[in-house]
Design a protein around this ligand. Structure first.
Ligand code: ZN
Length: 171
């Protein structure tokens, strides 16, 4: 188990669709544990494998940040099941940016655990938002892609100004 370095936008792995996991090996379990460790080390509430440079369809989430309550999902498919929610989001791969994002309020997610057993969950509240955010990572999408062009332009200009700022945790 270890904390891995984070990839940040514009890292190419963040922009590629993640590959489905075909073999449920010990290495997959180790990756999931590393994702959990890396999420906690960075005060995150979710983390997807592409964020540590692994282009495979795995993410972890834990909006409660309570140890032992992590959700680990492999090869997810997601269905939005209604409602609207708008909350301020951030992302460990897009440092120093927070913005209001509109998403579905309810989702149903199907996938597998790290042993290949089926997993199904329905979610609302913050968990539904986190699941959609992490699922987007596996499609090569970042939360900033869901903003208006004007907001994206403002963010790009702000990030240019912040580029030389020390202390960013990204590789
Ligand atoms: Zn993210």
């Amino acid at each position: 188990m270890s904390v891995r370095p984070l990839c940040c936008d514009p890292h190419p792995t963040l922009r590629a669709k993640a590959h489905r996991v075909a073999s449920f090996t010990d290495a997959l379990g180790a990756l999931a544990r590393d994702l959990v460790d890396t999420m906690y080390a960075n005060d995150g509430i979710g983390l997807a494998a592409p964020q540590v440079g692994e282009g495979v369809a795995v993410f972890v989430a834990n909006p409660s940040q309570e140890r032992g309550r992590e959700i680990v999902v492999v090869n997810p498919s997601m269905e939005t099941t209604g409602g609207r929610a708008v909350i301020v989001e951030g992302c460990l791969s897009v440092p120093n940016v927070w913005a209001r994002v509109r998403r579905a309020a309810h989702v149903r997610l199907r996938g597998q655990d790290t042993s290949g057993r089926p997993v199904e969950l329905t979610a609302d509240g913050l968990l539904a938002i986190v699941l959609q955010h992490e699922y987007d990572h596996l499609q090569g999408r970042l939360f900033i892609d869901r903003l208006s062009w004007l907001k994206r332009l403002q963010i790009r200009l702000r990030r240019l100004r912040l580029r030389s700022r020390p202390g960013e945790r990204c590789t």
